[in-house]
Design a protein around this ligand. Structure first.
Ligand code: ADP
Ligand code: MG
Length: 768
C-alpha cells in the first residue's frame, strides 16, 4: 500500500483518470497494446505510471518484474514529471528517476523511469528485447515527433519478439506491455496501420471534465507584430476581467522575454516585492533583465536523435530586434501581475515555478511556447491568449537547407491551446487572428516530423537494431523513399554502411555515440596527433547548442531604446520625482550598455584567437576555458555564453569520453580539466578532421569560379556556391570570418534561410 500525503491524495481524486483506474488496468492486463487518449491535464502522465506500479509492475516478486519506462518528446517534461511522480508516491529520485541525454538519476533501485524518446531508441540498439522493462509508456504520441514515431514502429516488433520468446523459453522472458498515450483522439495512424499491430489495439478515452471555453477571434489579423497584440490583450484582461490565470502562447524565447519584460514594467511586481526567485533568474542570465532574451539560440545537431526541444529554437533574424519603442505606463491600480516565462531552455527550477500558487494579491501570467500546449499543465488558467503561430524547423531534403519558420499552427493544436483555459472552470480563449484566417489558412493537423527532419541519424539507429531494410520498417507514416535513400547514401559515404546497406563495424561504433552520424565520424577519425580530447569537446559543443550569446540578444545595440526618456506622455500618471528617477536610471543604463558592448566585442576577439580561421575553433576555445576556470556562472557572464548550454556541453563531454573508454579499447582518453590549447600541428589536424566531418558541405567563393579579380576586405555580401543549393550562400554576420578577407574554400556546419541563405559554423579549408 502506498502512502501519499493528504494534499496529493486530494488532488488525485479530482483527476478524471483516477475514476477509470480499474478499467484501464483491466484493459492493460488483457491486451499487449493499449492506447489511452485524454485531454491534457486529465492525469495521463502522472497517474498511469503509478497505476502500473501499484498493480505490481516493476515489483521484484511479481511475474512482470521489469521496470516501468515512460518516454517524452521533451527533456522538460521528462525531468519535471519524474519529480512530480516521485513526490506523489513519496519515493526518492533514485526510485522514480529520469534519464535525458546529459543527465540521469537512475540507479539499481529505479522502478519508474522517465526518459526522452531518444534515450530509449539508443537502448534498443543494445537490447532489442528491452529486457529490463515490464511496460513501456509512449507519451505525447499525438505530437508525431520523429523519435516517437520510430519508437512506436520499433516496439511493435519488440512486442512480437517478446511474446514469441516468452512462449518458447519456459517463462524466463515475459511479454511486454505497451501503452501509447495521446492528448487527441486522432490515433488512426497507429491503430489502422496493419504493419504496426496485428490486432487493432483498444482505445480508452478518458473523458476529462472540461469546462466550456468561449473562443474570441480577432476581427483583424495583425501582420507580424503579434507580440504587441498579445501585450494589449493581456493588459485588457488584467485590467478589466475577473481573477484567473492567463496563459499566453508565443513561438520562442526571444518573444517571450520581450513580452515578459513589457508586462512586468506595466504591472510591476518586481520593483515592489522583488522576489528572491526572480532575482535568481535574472542573475543566471546576466544583470540586465532583458538578457533573458538571448538565452536561446538555434539548437544545433540536426539529426540529433538524442533529445529534442520542439519549437524552441530562436528565430535567427538578420533584421533588427522586433522590440519597438512604445512607451509603457505603469499601472498600479490593477494590482501586480506575476509574470513567468516557460520554455525548454529555462532551468528546471524556474520551470517548476509555474506549478506553484502565485503570491498573494497577484494574478498569474505565464508566457509560454507550445511546451504548455500538452506536456505541462499549469493550474488555475482561465484565459488563454493564442498568437496562433508555431516555430518549426523545416529541412530541405535535397539541399540540406534548414530554416526556422514561424507559421500558423494547426487547427488541432489551436484547439489544444484553447482547452488550457477550461481546466478549473469556464474560460476564455483570445485568438489573435480572425476566424477567416483560421478557417482558410490553418491546416487540420500538424505534419508529422518524419517529413520535416534529416533522418540519417534515425536510419543509422535502425540499422544498429538490425533492421536492414528500412523501407519495410513499420513507420506510422512512412517517409519518402528518396529521403530514405539519401540518408543511406550519406551513411555509406561515411563508411557506416557497406555497399549493400548493411551496417559496418564502424557504423556500430558510430551508433553508440549520442550524436549525429557526422559527429560520430569525427570522433572516430579524431585520434591522430592526440587530438581526440579536442574533438570530443568540439563534438559536444556542436551537438548541444551554440552557447554564444549574440549581440542582437543583448540590450547593447545603441538603438531607439536609448531615447525612451525623451518621450513625453500624457498618460504618465507617475509623480515628477519618480519620473526623474526613471530618467536617471535610463541614463545610467545607457552608460552601462556602452560598457557591456565593449566587453562583449573584446571577448569575441579573445575567443577567436590569434588565427581566426574557424568558428568551431572559437567554440573549442571557450569550452576549454570554461572548464579550466572552474565552470562558474561568473565565467559565463564574463564571457557571454549561456550557462545551461555550457553545463550541458560539459556533461556530454564526460559522457562521450566514457563511451570512448568503454567501446574503443586501446584508445587512451580522459576528461582533462586543464586541457592545454592545441599546438600548431594539432590545430591543423583538427581543421582537417572538421573538414572531413563536413566534407559534403563545402562552399567555394563564387569569384574564384568566375575568375573575378575583385578584392574584398570583408565577407559582407560575398557570394559562395555549395554543392547542393541553387542559391548563392553567404557568411553569416555572427561568424568570426565575417569581418575578414573572405576565404576561397570553407566548410559550413549548417545553412539557414532567412532573407538569404546563410552559412553558419564556418571553417576555412587551407589550400596548401
Ligand atoms: P496529462 O498527462 O493527462 O496532460 P498530467 O498527468 O500531466 O496530465 O497532469 C495532471 C495534473 O497534475 C494536472 O492538473 C497538473 O496541473 C498537475 N501537476 C502536474 N505536475 C505538477 C507539479 N509538478 N506540481 C503540481 N501539480 C502538477
Ligand atoms: Mg501528459
Amino acid at each position: 500500500p502506498i502512502e501519499r500525503n493528504k494534499e496529493i491524495q486530494e488532488a488525485r481524486m479530482e483527476l478524471p483518470i483516477c475514476a477509470e483506474e480499474q478499467i484501464i488496468m483491466e484493459t492493460i492486463s488483457n491486451n499487449p497494446v493499449v492506447i489511452i487518449c485524454g485531454e491534457t491535464g486529465s492525469g495521463k502522465t502522472t497517474q498511469i505510471p503509478q497505476f502500473l506500479y501499484e498493480a505490481g509492475y516493476s515489483s521484484k516478486d511479481n511475474d512482470n518484474p521489469g521496470i516501468i519506462g515512460i518516454t517524452q518528446p521533451r527533456r522538460v517534461a521528462a525531468v519535471s514529471m519524474s519529480k512530480r511522480v516521485a513526490q506523489e508516491l513519496s519515493l526518492s529520485e533514485q526510485e522514480v528517476s529520469y534519464q535525458i541525454r546529459y543527465d540521469a538519476t537512475i540507479s539499481p533501485k529505479t522502478v519508474i523511469k522517465f526518459m526522452t524518446d531518444g534515450v530509449l531508441l539508443r537502448e534498443l540498439a543494445n537490447d532489442f528485447l528491452l529486457s529490463k522493462y515490464s511496460a513501456i509508456i509512449i507519451d505525447e504520441a499525438h505530437e508525431r515527433s520523429l523519435n516517437t514515431d520510430i519508437l512506436i514502429g520499433a516496439v511493435s516488433r519488440v512486442l512480437k519478439l517478446r511474446a514469441e520468446l516468452s512462449e518458447d523459453d519456459g517463462g524466463k522472458i515475459k511479454p511486454l506491455k505497451i501503452i501509447i498515450m495521446s492528448a487527441t483522439l486522432r490515433v488512426s495512424d497507429f491503430t489502422q496501420n496493419k504493419n504496426l499491430f496485428d490486432m487493432v489495439p483498444p482505445i480508452i478515452n478518458v473523458s476529462a471534465r472540461q469546462f466550456p471555453v468561449s473562443i474570441h477571434f480577432n476581427r483583424r489579423t495583425p501582420n507580424i507584430d503579434y507580440v504587441s497584440e498579445a501585450f494589449k490583450k493581456v493588459c485588457k484582461i488584467h485590467t478589466r476581467l475577473p481573477h484567473g490565470g492567463i496563459l499566453v502562447f508565443l513561438t520562442g524565447q526571444n518573444e517571450i522575454s520581450i513580452l515578459c519584460k513589457k508586462l512586468r514594467r506595466k504591472f510591476p511586481y518586481l520593483t515592489q516585492y522583488k522576489s528572491k526567485q526572480l532575482l535568481e533568474e535574472e542573475k543566471i542570465v546576466g544583470d540586465v533583465e532583458s538578457l533573458t532574451a538571448k538565452e536561446a539560440d538555434v539548437e544545433i545537431g540536426d539529426l540529433d536523435i538524442g533529445d529534442k526541444e520542439v519549437g524552441e529554437e530562436l528565430f535567427d533574424t538578420d533584421s533588427e530586434d522586433s522590440e519597438e519603442n512604445d512607451e509603457i505606463t505603469v499601472d498600479e491600480r490593477s494590482g501586480p501581475l506575476y509574470v513567468l516565462p516557460l520554455y525548454s531552455l529555462l532551468s528546471t527550477h524556474a520551470q517548476l515555478r509555474v506549478f506553484e500558487a502565485p503570491p498573494e494579491g497577484t494574478r498569474l501570467c505565464v508566457v509560454a511556447t507550445n511546451v504548455a500546449e500538452t506536456s505541462l499543465t499549469i493550474p488555475g488558467i482561465k484565459y488563454v491568449v493564442d498568437c496562433g503561430k508555431v516555430k518549426e524547423r523545416r529541412y530541405d531534403v535535397i539541399t540540406g537547407v534548414q530554416s526556422y519558420v514561424v507559421d500558423w499552427t494547426s487547427k488541432a493544436s489551436a484547439d489544444q491551446r484553447a482547452g488550457r483555459a477550461g481546466r478549473t472552470g469556464p474560460g476564455h480563449c483570445y485568438r489573435l487572428f480572425s476566424s477567416a484566417v483560421f478557417n482558410d489558412q490553418f491546416q487540420q493537423f500538424t505534419i508529422p516530423e518524419v517529413y520535416r527532419m534529416p533522418i540519417e541519424g534515425i536510419v543509422l539507429q535502425m540499422k544498429a537494431m538490425n533492421i536492414d531494410t528500412v523501407y519495410n520498417f513499420p513507420f506510422p507514416t512512412p517517409p519518402d523513399r528518396n529521403h530514405l535513400r539519401k540518408a543511406e547514401r550519406l551513411l555509406q559515404y561515411m563508411n557506416a554502411l557497406d555497399e549493400n546497406g548493411g551496417i559496418t563495424e564502424l557504423g556500430r561504433v558510430m551508433a553508440t555515440f549520442p550524436v549525429a552520424p557526422r559527429f560520430s565520424k569525427m570522433l572516430i577519425i579524431g585520434q591522430q596527433h592526440g587530438c581526440l580530447p579536442y574533438i570530443i569537446a568540439i563534438v559536444s559543443a556542436l551537438s548541444v547548442a551554440d552557447p554564444f550569446i549574440k549581440d542582437y540578444h543583448l540590450d547593447i545595440s545603441m538603438n531607439s531604446d536609448d531615447d525612451v526618456e525623451e518621450e513625453d506622455n500624457e498618460d504618465f500618471d507617475v509623480r515628477y520625482n519618480e519620473l526623474s528617477e526613471i530618467q536617471k536610471e535610463a541614463i545610467s543604463q545607457k552608460e552601462h550598455r556602452k560598457l557591456i558592448r565593449k566587453r562583449f566585442y573584446d571577448v569575441q576577439k579573445k575567443h577567436a584567437g590569434l588565427d581566426p580561421t574557424s568558428d568551431i575553433l572559437k567554440l573549442l576555445n571557450v569550452v576549454g576555458a570554461y572548464v579550466y576556470e572552474g565552470g562558474t556562472d561568473e565565467f559565463c557572464e564574463r564571457n557571454f555564453v549561456r550557462p545551461k548550454a555550457m553545463e550541458e556541453i560539459h556533461k556530454l563531454r564526460r559522457q562521450i569520453t566514457n563511451i570512448v573508454q568503454v567501446n574503443c579499447p586501446g584508445v587512451d582518453v580522459c576528461l582533462d580539466s586543464k586541457m592545454k590549447p592545441p599546438s600548431i600541428v594539432q590545430l591543423k589536424a583538427i581543421r582537417q578532421i572538421i573538414t572531413a566531418g563536413f566534407i559534403d558541405q563545402i562552399a567555394i567563393r563564387k569569384g574564384l569560379i568566375d575568375k573575378s579579380s575583385k578584392i574584398f576586405s570583408s565577407a559582407r555580401n560575398v557570394e559562395y556556391c555549395t554543392m547542393w543549393a541553387d542559391d548563392n550562400v553567404f557568411i553569416h554576420p555572427t561568424s568570426i570570418l565575417y569581418h575578414h578577407k573572405p576565404p576561397d574554400f570553407v566548410v559550413y556546419q549548417e545553412l539557414h534561410r532567412t532573407s538569404k541563405v546563410w552559412m553558419k559554423g564556418i571553417t576555412v579549408i587551407e589550400s596548401s
